[in-house]
Design a protein around this ligand. Structure first.
Ligand code: FE2
Length: 101
């Protein structure tokens, strides 16, 4: 969520980020997208206005696409990280007894 308590919070850094700092910023961005999805879906489930619900569903879908955008960028910036996700995916399937495709 945005931070507005500091007048310079939205300014760019005086120096460019390192690749490692960019990777960390992308991970943070992914978390922010998930937070937005949660907010929009929770709001959708908490209102009765059908027009607003439709828009919130659309926006939540957009945020899910943004997760994919950032994950793709993360794969480019830190390609080894995908192996951890794959290991977790495989382990999850094994624990749940889901057959591998
Ligand atoms: Fe987004």
């Amino acid at each position: 969520m945005p931070e507005f308590s500091h007048p310079f919070m939205g300014n760019a850094y005086e120096r460019k980020l390192t690749e490692q700092e960019l990777v960390r910023a992308i991970r943070f961005s992914i978390a922010s997208e998930f937070e937005a999805i949660q907010l929009y879906e929770q709001l959708r489930d908490s209102i009765e206005n059908e027009e607003a619900k439709k828009l919130l569903i659309e926006i939540a879908g957009d945020e899910k696409e943004h997760v994919g955008n950032f994950l793709r960028l993360l794969k480019l910036l830190a390609p080894d990280e995908e192996n951890y996700y794959k290991d977790g995916w495989d382990e999850g399937e094994e624990v749940m007894g889901i057959e591998k495709k």
